[in-house]
Design a protein. Structure first.
Length: 233
């Protein structure tokens, strides 16, 4: 995903951060092409949540991604040139995030704009890159590396993202992620010919489309959450 002379438990520490995932389709129709929006909220047990280091989002079986023109963009190119340095066809989504951190006795918040791009294949496995750009109060550009991995039923695949540390000010902890919203595909009013789009499964399981998220944090703890998107009527 070493051999030890003394075996010790490697189980994650008790969760100190609560996670909530909220999924939605647009349009909310079986077999439709459009967009999937995922919002993940993080809440600390006391004060700010611990900074996220890895997040895995499990998606329902049968969910597809229609990509008419296959283009990719590397993390190095995104770091060097930003979103404008990548082919338009390589962008598969966008979003936003809210980061918060301490600056002495003050709490500072940073709104970050996100772009999602297809990355180069890694061992025949699809990858993606999430570019984050903040402007105020800290001008910061980060890239989250992600891979698409298999997931066991009732899920089909999962998106696994690695999050780098986001420094705030000297001698203070890294910034904490409060909310993350990602929209993959294009909403109907922006679904131009040839646009990348999510394809909703043609049938819905009893109880709705299942989603799950699992996160690990800088303090060694972990959290998870389950959610269901109601079947279209």
């Amino acid at each position: 995903m070493l051999a030890l002379t003394c075996a010790q438990s490697s189980a994650p520490a008790q969760a100190k951060t609560a996670t909530t995932i909220t999924p939605s389709f647009s349009p909310d129709q079986l077999g439709a092409k459009g967009a999937l929006t995922l919002t993940i909220a993080y809440e600390g047990e006391r004060g700010l949540p611990s900074p996220v280091r890895r997040s895995v989002v499990k998606l329902p079986a049968g969910l597809g991604l229609d990509i008419p023109t296959l283009r990719s963009c590397s993390a190095a190119r995104l770091r060097a040139h930003g979103a404008s340095g990548c082919p338009t066809q390589s962008q598969i989504g966008s979003g936003e995030a809210l980061l918060e951190g301490n600056a002495g006795s003050q709490l500072i918040a940073e709104s970050v704009k996100l772009w999602i791009f297809l990355g180069p294949l890694r061992g025949f496995q699809p990858t993606f890159e999430v570019l984050g750009q903040g402007y105020t109060p800290l001008e910061e550009r980060i890239v989250l590396a992600g891979t698409v991995i298999p997931a066991s039923a009732p899920y089909g695949e999962a998106l696994a993202m690695e999050a780098p540390p986001v420094p705030t000010v000297p001698l203070e902890p890294d910034a904490s992620l409060e909310t993350l919203t990602l929209t993959v595909g294009a909403r109907p009013n922006r679904l131009a010919r040839g646009a990348n789009a999510v394809v909703v499964p043609g049938s819905c399981p009893v109880g709705g489309f299942p989603f799950a998220t699992e996160s690990t944090y800088a303090d060694g703890s972990a959290s998870s959450d389950l959610a269901t998107a109601i079947c279209p009527q």
